[in-house]
Design a protein around this ligand. Structure first.
Ligand code: C5P
Length: 224
């Protein structure tokens, strides 16, 4: 199990996906789960801060991550890969993710995903905000990936084909603030995480750093 945490736009998803492909592991995008629940809530006209309603929804929905590339997210049989990345979901997801009962339901799904992979003899690269601290505290290797806020906003804006970098930066900073300040499972680096700042680095550079750390850990374990 490899855990990758960090704020929005730090390059977690891309690097986690590439690392999983290199290692032959499954990729678990935990943000996609919170986004899928948020998407369904908005479509159903629910208030994203209504814990009772949101918890009931989170416990009821069936979310499947279909391995790619490109990975697809299926919610109750419906492909929501594109809508979960839209601005409406991005603006509401941190409100939903701060609700303790929603997190309990999502963490259960994440652990079930990992258990199924392990039963098949496959490892997992999981990325999110609380993977190394809460979801998989016994992960073999933990990373905390960060980058300068302006660089993170530029990356996100480019991914979305959105020229308004300043507004993307405002959105991700608002989300990071909520994710960092919430009471339950806030965004933070695990004490034993390898910290990587991806500012000014290419995806290939970051991937190489991740692979080196994973190889070093495997070697240390082999030597024990
Ligand atoms: O990773 P992504 O940007 O898609 O995550 C969307 C949101 O989902 C985050 O801003 C955060 O509010 C929530 N999230 C979380 N815990 C995780 C993964 C995502 O709270 N492990």
């Amino acid at each position: 199990m490899i855990a990758i945490d960090g704020p929005a736009g730090a390059g977690k998803s891309t690097c986690a996906r590439l690392l999983a492909a290199r290692l032959g592991y499954r990729f678990l995008d935990t943000g996609a789960l919170y986004r899928a629940v948020t998407c369904r809530a908005l479509w159903n006209g629910l208030d994203p801060s209504d814990e009772e309603a949101m918890a009931a929804l989170a416990e009821r929905v069936e979310i499947t991550l279909v391995a790619g590339p490109p990975m697809r997210v299926v919610l109750d049989g419906e492909d929501v890969t594109a809508p979960i990345r839209g601005p409406a979901v991005s603006n509401a997801v941190s409100t939903v993710a701060a609700l303790p009962r929603v997190r309990t339901a999502m963490v259960r799904q994440q652990r079930a995903f990992a258990a199924a992979a392990l039963r098949d003899g496959t490892g997992v690269v999981a990325e999110g905000r609380d993977i190394g601290t809460v979801v998989f505290p016994d992960a073999d290797v933990k990373f905390f990936l960060d980058a300068d806020p302006r660089v993170r906003a530029e990356r996100r804006a480019k991914e979305r084909g959105d020229g308004d970098v300043a507004s993307v930066q405002r959105e991700i900073e608002a989300r990071d603030k909520m994710d960092t300040e919430r009471d339950v499972a806030p965004l933070r680096a695990a004490d034993d995480a390898v910290r990587i700042d991806s500012t000014g680095k290419s995806e290939a550079d970051v991937l190489a750093e991740l692979e080196r750390a994973v190889a070093a850990r495997a070697k240390r374990r082999g030597g024990n």
